[in-house]
Design a protein around this ligand. Structure first.
Ligand code: B12
Length: 334
């Protein structure tokens, strides 16, 4: 990479083409995430054409450009645009609004926009909401995360909230983490806050009685358990209270529970790859009462070992089908 593109100085005003949500730093000193016009538009609810005009006419725009000349906004650039948007919305002429916004230093911009972010989480369509989640995770902002999650849960049913917003946000966060664009602390925060909000749904819908027949667990050593909570919440909405054991349930403990209680339905989650020769399959081979085992997550082996004759093992590929399989009468493996 040559030095000019490395410094990302402003170029002319090329046509916008790239629609990337995030762009990664290309030199060693730049470690921040930058946002394309479309994403900024979704986050702030300001039309892309207006963003470009503010940049061209008043210098309220991105401090970065890609090598191809596409605009890239840093979080500070976005805060300045936010101030501009707030003033113009109140009727201040654009030129005066821009003068004030440009006079603000980093600290002032933080003060001016801190509370505003809290009042109106930047939601739009699904894509915008997912971007907002990722952005709040990146900024380590638990308040914004819970507001976005809560608002999503207010505006949609749980299955749609999970399928269209929460799971894509988690996947995007996982991808950004995989590329090194986002720290593991952001991943932890985004999931911790989601745990809290899903638990609130469970609490709000909790049936009077828990069915001791239904067990939900993450597999041995499996730390991921958000889908388990989503399922517990969805079952609760259908009036079914389950015993949810959470993450990393040792196979020995699961085995003891199965053998002592003889439940009729067991849901197991695995994000991380598992083996076909693990102890779980020996345990299931020893089950002699009607048991439906529903497996969720990408971690299960393609070819499943045989389980006991009275055991039906099915795979669920999404939240709705998992809920359907657990709610189905025992013996109905659909
Ligand atoms: C949040 C998170 C964490 C949190 C978990 C917190 C919690 N309370 O659950 C923490 C920080 C603890 C964590 C830890 C780790 N994580 Co992690 N994590 C994630 C993240 C971002 C979301 C997990 C999640 O809930 N996924 C739920 C959905 C979104 O998963 P999905 O696979 O897309 O779902 C598919 C299907 O299962 C189905 N589906 C979707 N939702 C539902 C719901 C139900 C009920 C059903 C049945 C199906 C279903 O549709 C999808 C398409 O097929 C994922 C990213 C990702 N893509 O999942 C990484 C991810 C799963 N983690 C990963 C890794 C590597 C780890 C660690 C090993 C990191 C480390 N080195 O320590 C440890 C795991 C240790 C262990 N032994 O378990 C990798 C796994 C790669 C792999 N396949 O091996 C991922 C994919 C990130 C990545 N891009 O690399 N993680």
């Amino acid at each position: 990479m040559d030095s000019e593109s490395g410094t990302r100085r402003a170029f002319g005003d090329p046509a916008e083409g790239s629609d990337d949500t995030l762009s990664e730093a290309s030199d060693t000193e730049r470690t921040t995430v930058e946002w394309a016009v479309g994403s900024v538009s979704e986050r702030l609810g300001v039309a892309p054409a207006t963003l470009r005009t503010w940049d061209r006419r008043y210098g309220i725009g991105p401090s970065q450009r890609t090598e191809g000349g596409h605009r890239r906004y840093t979080e500070e650039d976005i805060r300045r645009v936010r101030v501009m948007a707030r003033f113009t919305a109140r009727g201040v002429p654009a030129q005066s609004a821009a003068r004030v916004a440009l006079s603000m230093d980093s600290e002032r911009l933080m003060i001016e926009t801190g509370s505003e972010t809290e009042v109106s989480p930047p939601l739009g369509d699904d894509h915008g909401t997912v971007s907002a989640v990722v952005s709040a995770a990146l900024s380590l902002d638990p308040g914004a995360l819970s507001r976005i999650y809560q608002r999503t849960l207010r505006e949609r049913d749980l299955v749609s909230a999970w399928n269209d917003v929460f799971a894509p946000s988690l996947r995007s966060i996982g991808e950004q983490w995989g590329k090194g664009a986002l720290g593991v602390e952001s991943e932890h925060l985004a999931s911790e806050v989601l745990v809290t909000e899903l638990r609130a749904v469970i609490r709000g819908n909790r049936p009077r009685t828990v069915d001791p027949d239904v067990i939900l667990a993450s597999a041995d050593e499996e730390q991921h358990y958000l889908p388990l909570l989503a399922l517990e919440a969805e079952l609760a909405r259908h009036g079914l209270g389950a015993i949810c054991l959470g993450a990393r349930v040792p196979t020995t403990a699961l085995s003891d529970l199965l053998m002592s209680r003889h439940p009729s339905r067991l849901f197991l989650w695995a994000s991380i790859q598992r083996n076909a020769d693990e102890a779980l399959w020996t345990v299931l081979a020893g089950v002699h009462w009607p048991l439906t085992v529903v497996l969720g997550g990408p971690g299960w082996p393609e070819k499943l070992p045989a389980a006991g004759r009275s055991v039906t093992v099915t795979r669920a590929h999404d939240l709705a089908s998992a809920a359907h399989a657990v709610l189905a009468p025992v013996g109905d493996g659909s």
